[in-house]
Unconditional design. Structure first.
Length: 195
């Protein structure tokens, strides 16, 4: 029968096995904390590698005032269009038909459309305003009620393993939600694994 070493710590006698067990648990805890810091914390933020998502803060929680304006088709100071495509981990995301039309905010007679809206699922954004004003892309996502800025899109967030890319007519653009919509431009938003 093997004898076990016993160490006196203060008023306690502790076996060597117990000491090494405690050291191992502390070392593993420290390692897990370092890994969590390296890979973006312990939250269940969706980076596209799992289906689990927790409630995240969203840019749509504090919408741009332009997202709450309603218009009809008369007396417009601006009426133009941009095309939007969104890709999440290689899969194109459908942009809903009639997004921004007859909502809880814009549903009165005549004024039934938000300043940026869709009529079909092609990704064609209709920018219609009473005055000729600059329209940030983020307003569309605020109307949609989803997150979009440099930190991510929908419930997907940029991390050490995933990135968010935006192009305008095929050229990289880093303005994300602050990008001012321009008639006839094609916008692509891509969330993907980093190379």
């Amino acid at each position: 029968m093997e004898s076990q070493a016993v160490v006196k710590l203060g008023d306690y006698l502790v076996s060597e096995t117990r000491i090494w067990s405690i050291v191992t648990v502390l070392a593993l805890s420290a390692l897990l904390a370092l890994l969590a810091q390296e890979f973006g914390g312990l939250s269940n933020v969706n980076d596209g590698s799992s289906n689990e998502v927790t409630a995240l803060s969203s840019t749509a929680d504090t919408p741009d005032p332009l997202a709450n304006e309603c218009v009809d088709h008369s007396n417009l100071g601006r009426h133009d269009h941009s095309m939007l495509s969104i890709y999440i981990n290689g899969q194109q995301t459908e942009i809903p038909t009639n997004l921004g039309i007859y909502t809880d905010i814009c549903n009165q007679d005549g004024a039934s459309m938000h300043t940026v809206h869709t009529h079909d699922d092609t990704g064609r954004l209709h920018i219609e305003t009473a005055a000729d004003v600059d329209m940030p892309l983020g307003v569309f996502f605020d109307i949609w009620g989803v997150h979009f800025n440099e930190t991510g899109i929908f419930d997907y967030r940029v991390s050490n393993t995933h990135e968010l890319i935006m192009t305008i007519n095929g050229v990289a653009n880093y303005q994300f939600d602050d990008y001012l919509l321009v008639d006839g431009e094609e916008i692509a938003i891509i969330f993907q694994a980093r190379n």
